[in-house]
Design a protein around this ligand. Structure first.
Ligand code: PEP
Ligand code: MN
Length: 262
């Protein structure tokens, strides 16, 4: 079902006014985690002003250490949705377990994170939902494995699937992961599904996010998801990779320029 050879027409995923795929490009941004009402409303207004089309914010955070801040849970989702309503932005947030599905009723796009890319039971459950899914590539997953995970969603009946390259595990430790930009044209060859790029988790460093995002657009990505925080130094999660609001606004402008040039 995900094969481009069998289904050559590109899939366009629409969420509110946002469109991804088939020549449509969208910028997704927001903080790694929803931390407070003030933080997410400020971030949402800044994202809106920058020209973002979909607001991100984690409420259930998969953290490497069980002692780290793991999000505000259902309250975080409530704040994210409220901030989205105020700014007119649809929202995306990560779901980690089928037990959380009811809490995501008003979330516009469900994100499946790198850690759950191969949680097939969860994929089957989301395949029976009508919500768009942003499926992130596992850090050790091949493109074929990513596509087969997407196939679980499609086979269960949900055609609104977007893929996201977010960096894979290699031997270098300077960056958090290694952004596999070849995945963008390669996946476009293999599948009709939209292909997005998350340079923030790939790089782990704010200074690298803008160049990688621009390169992703030049490679034909259908969207970019970048982390932005009103006050990165005090972020409770992933502050080192968060763009400042003004950096996000500059990136948004430059993405337009790159897309026009390509
Ligand atoms: C995220 O986008 O918040 C996230 C945790 O990303 P990943 O699943 O790619 O690590
Ligand atoms: Mn993060």
């Amino acid at each position: 079902l995900c094969s481009r050879r069998l289904h050559p027409e590109p899939t366009v995923v629409s969420v509110g006014g946002a469109r991804f795929g088939g020549g449509n490009f969208g910028l997704i941004a927001g903080p790694c985690a929803v931390e407070s009402e003030e933080q997410i409303f400020t971030a949402a207004r800044q994202a809106k002003a920058a020209g973002v089309c979909l607001l991100r914010g984690g409420a259930f955070k998969p953290r490497t250490s069980p002692y780290d801040f793991s999000g505000l849970g259902a309250e975080g989702l409530r704040l994210l949705i409220a901030a989205g309503h105020e700014t007119g932005l649809p929202v995306v947030s990560e779901l980690m377990s089928a037990a959380q599905l009811d809490a995501f009723a008003d979330v516009d796009v469900i994100q499946i994170g790198a850690r759950n890319m191969q949680n097939y039971d969860l994929l089957r459950t989301l395949g029976r939902s009508e919500k768009p899914v942003l499926l992130k590539r596992g850090v050790g997953a091949t493109l074929q494995e990513l596509l087969l995970s997407a196939e679980y969603l499609l086979a269960a009946g949900n055609p609104r699937v977007m893929l996201c390259e977010r960096g894979i595990r290699t031997f270098d430790t300077f960056t958090r992961g290694t952004l596999d930009l070849a995945a963008v044209p390669a996946l476009h060859e293999m599948t009709h599904l939209p292909v997005l790029v998350d340079p923030s988790h790939a790089a782990g460093r704010a200074a690298l996010v803008t160049p990688l995002a621009l390169a992703a657009a030049a490679c034909g990505a259908d969207g970019v998801m970048a982390e932005m925080h009103p006050d990165p130094l005090h972020a409770r999660c992933d502050g080192a990779q968060a763009l400042l609001p003004e950096e996000l606004a500059a990136l948004s402008q430059r993405l337009h320029a790159v897309r026009e040039a390509c």
